[in-house]
Write a new protein. Structure first.
Length: 240
């Protein structure tokens, strides 16, 4: 599972610009949301500074400094979202900050910290994607997180917990492939199909996973995370 986790983080790593756009001043919120206190605004603005410093360090490969900055930023961002849950800019910011912290932890081989950060970020990513379904980048991140959480649960033999995560990922991945059939998107779909084939008895999904595995092995587009399972599945494609 861990190798797959690092692969997805690499595939979906183009987040700094989106995250910094989300890190806007918190003062303007929907009319139904309570206002942030002056103390919360000061803390949020400090969090924006810390997050930006974390991004700069991460881009230079200094993940330890990046993680320290993300850890400093997260409490104030969480607090702002709790106070103003309908302000999608801040929800987006929190989703990205959690994702960036997960990436820094993974790079530092602190893999036990990754799944909890993904779990926390999941409802925020769902909300971001629901608010802007045309945002292919956020959909890609959500898809990757669903797959990785599914992998994490499957690694603990929790098929019941993994199955709905893969099932949620499949239509998102199909949409990405329909929009742009590149290796990244096809590997996300293959990963979701593989996961579902391992957690359900759906014959159609198993057949699709086998057929896609065979085709992607043939054209060399299978990534390292999917390749072992694809090699197991591919021989059965000829019988379908």
């Amino acid at each position: 599972m861990h190798r797959a986790l690092l692969t997805i983080l690499t595939l979906c790593a183009a987040m700094p610009a989106a995250a910094q756009e989300a890190a806007s001043a918190p003062a303007q919120a929907p009319a139904s949301s309570p206002a942030l206190s002056q103390e919360q605004i000061v803390a949020f603005n400090k969090a924006v500074t810390d997050f930006t410093a974390g991004q700069q360090a991460q881009q230079k490969g200094d993940n330890a400094t990046a993680l320290a900055n993300y850890d400093a930023a997260l409490p104030a961002i969480r607090d702002a979202v709790r106070t103003q849950p309908d302000k999608i800019e801040n929800v987006n910011f929190l989703a990205n900050a959690l994702y960036a912290a997960a990436a820094a932890n993974a790079a530092l081989q602190k893999l036990d910290a990754v799944a909890p950060l993904y779990e926390e970020s999941l409802p925020h990513w769902r909300k971001v994607v629901a608010a802007n379904p045309a945002d292919a980048q956020s959909r890609g991140v959500l898809t990757g997180i669903l797959i990785q959480l599914g992998n994490f649960k499957l690694g603990k033999q929790d098929k019941a917990g993994a199955a709905p995560l893969y099932a949620e990922a499949i239509p998102l991945a199909r949409k990405a492939v329909a929009e742009q059939s590149n290796p990244v998107n096809r590997n996300l779909l293959l990963a979701a199909l593989i996961g579902t084939s391992q957690t359900s008895e759906d014959a159609a999904i198993k057949a699709e996973a086998a057929t896609m595995s065979k085709a992607m092995l043939a054209d060399g587009s299978v990534d390292a995370a999917n390749k072992p399972a694809a090699q197991v599945l591919a021989p059965s494609a000829s019988a379908n």
